[in-house]
Write a protein that binds this ligand. Structure first.
Ligand SMILES: C[S@@+](CC[C@H](N)C(=O)[O-])C[C@H]1O[C@@H](n2cnc3c(N)ncnc32)[C@H](O)[C@@H]1O
Length: 241
């Protein structure tokens, strides 16, 4: 089943996702850190640490949003360049302002781009990363396959995404938080009635753990691994082309 941000509106998932992120872009960073109590920052740090040994020089951050994963990659790995692509102009604009403020706009490029049709040649990047993006793809396999296409042979992909805690009592506590508290705060702060209802709904429908690794295996990725974070609220997936 496809979970849409705006159930009572027309438009493909991709159009609706872009509209939703345009609508919440100004409050996105604040809500991210507030709703996760800052843990999202630690998750991104750990995701990028998976690339320490590889020392990639050219990195693609797919669904870069406001660019926090790209900034983390630059800080930890000191690559020559990070290119972030996203389908939401609103998120990219917030990201570009942030890069200027931080004085890293010569190292991090923020471009309009669709994960399912990346405008890069095959085998270009040393590493491809994505945080909280792949769950929003209209066609998950198509998006992941294109991320693989632009990755060099032997290059590494690192994906950070929400998953679902399975053990008592975290499963119950997290379910209450994400279905009741999170949509309420999200709605008031972002002024978007649907965005933070879409979030838990899309997480519930999304493959995680072994099931997600199965998708990566099917697409031809090698050495696939899953690292669950914070009782399984999120997971880091890594794989090699
Ligand atoms: C939850 S945000 C994550 C942003 C950022 N990576 C972070 O860690 O905060 C998800 C982003 O995915 C983008 N997105 C969704 N589908 C996409 C697609 N097909 N291609 C590129 N970006 C996409 C959205 O526009 C949004 O900015």
């Amino acid at each position: 089943m496809t979970v849409l941000p705006y159930k009572d509106k027309d438009g493909s998932k991709k159009e609706q996702v872009a509209e939703m992120f345009n609508s919440i872009s100004k409050r996105y960073d604040f809500l991210n850190h507030f709703l996760s109590m800052g843990i999202d920052i630690l998750w991104r740090k750990k995701a990028i640490r998976q690339l320490k040994a590889a020392q990639p020089k050219l990195i693609l951050d797919v669904a870069t949003g406001t660019g926090d994963l790209a900034i983390e990659a630059l800080n930890q790995l000191a690559p020559d360049k990070v290119i972030g692509v996203d389908i939401s102009e609103g998120m990219l604009e917030m990201g570009r302002e942030k890069m200027k403020r931080l004085g890293v706009d010569d190292k991090i490029e923020m471009s309009m781009g669709d994960s399912e049709q990346l405008l890069f040649e095959d085998n270009k990047f040393d590493a491809v990363v994505a945080a909280f993006g792949v769950r929003n793809f209209q066609d998950l396999e198509k998006g992941l396959a294109d991320m693989r296409r632009v990755l060099k042979d032997g290059g590494k992909i690192v994906i950070l995404e929400f998953s679902t805690p399975t053990a008592f009592p975290m499963k119950q506590l997290y379910s209450f938080y994400s279905n009741a508290i999170l949509p309420m705060i999200g709605k008031v702060v972002s002024k978007d009635n649907s965005a933070y209802t879409y979030l838990p709904e899309s997480v519930q429908e999304f493959p995680y753990g072994e099931e997600f690794l199965g998708v990566l295996d099917k697409l031809g990725f090698k050495e696939t691994t899953c690292i669950p974070l914070t009782f399984g609220i999120s997971s880091i997936y890594t794989a090699i082309k």
